[in-house]
Ligand binder design. Sequence first.
Ligand code: ADP
Ligand code: TRP
Length: 323
Amino acid sequence: MRVLSGIQPSGALHIGNYFGAIRQYVALQQGNDAFYFVANYHALTSVRNAEQLRRYVFDVLVDLLSLGIDPEHATLFVQSDVPETTELAWLLTSVTPMGWLEKAVSYKDKVQQGLPAEHGLFAYPVLQAADILLYDADVVPVGQDQKQHLEITRDVAERFNHIYGKGEEVFRLPKPYILDHVAVVPGVDGRKMSKSYQNTIEIFDDPATIRKKCKKIVTDSTPVEAPKNPETCSLFSLFKLFAPADELADVERRYREGGIGYGEMKTRLAEGIILHFAGARERRAEWVAHPARVAEVRAAAAERARRAARAVLDRARAASGVD
Ligand code: ADP
Ligand code: TRP
């Protein structure tokens, strides 16, 4: 199977990104043909400082390498190293009905959050369709919020196939890969964890910051002794991601019976997070100390990705007559 996914370099990665997407990237690189990329063309809609964008691209590469993306098993590249992407985006945008983009919720959300209503933001799903179709992806691991973008990708692919395919498929239709139990990781305020809500716990925050942020997680004011409902508690949802099974069962029982306080939960969660990423933190320091190795990984991956992309782009050019 060809697996493909992208992540925007628009700030430090948080634990929602990890459980919603990156952990699946790591799992799927075994036994599949995996392509993962840093979506810097997409980040142009929100990062407007060239130096900062370059730094974020480097940071995301290093984060992914430290979290277990193995350049021996996966092609880890940068989107703009394959400029074929933007050419395919034009072929696709030429057959994309306005109405499909007008109903995209992420555009509306982002404008509401204060991003300028620019064409790049509006056409964002078409660029994403190009990312996916350019590599003949079968499976795209993402979080729940990307489901609509995957639907648009399939619709655009089908429409292009229908217009130009002459009975044959120009593009392969991709499927989203979304794990239900981690589809939405809550942030410290109980809403979906997201950079744009400033409610994140970053994977590579230093331990003191992680402890501080965990203390800020919003809870109700049920006293220690009183029974609590784990299903509606975002602190518990976060804890569940990090706790070993036996510890989880014990905590869940104490929630339902009463006898565990939110203060204790916050401390246990913070220590769980710190421990969980301890190995990745060490590997990250190694990569950061050797930027030339990161550049080597990037260059080798760009070459592989470009070769794969060229074949599909040529197919699309021939089908549409712009060859
Ligand atoms: P953000 O919302 O912080 O800007 P991105 O949109 O860059 O995050 O998301 C990158 C990837 O991480 C996507 O696949 C997205 O679905 C996933 N993701 C982001 N936040 C969460 C979350 N809170 N829970 C689950 N998955 C998430
Ligand atoms: N839009 C995705 C996000 O915000 C990032 C992305 C860009 C992507 N291109 C992609 C994800 C292609 C999967 C496949 O998270």
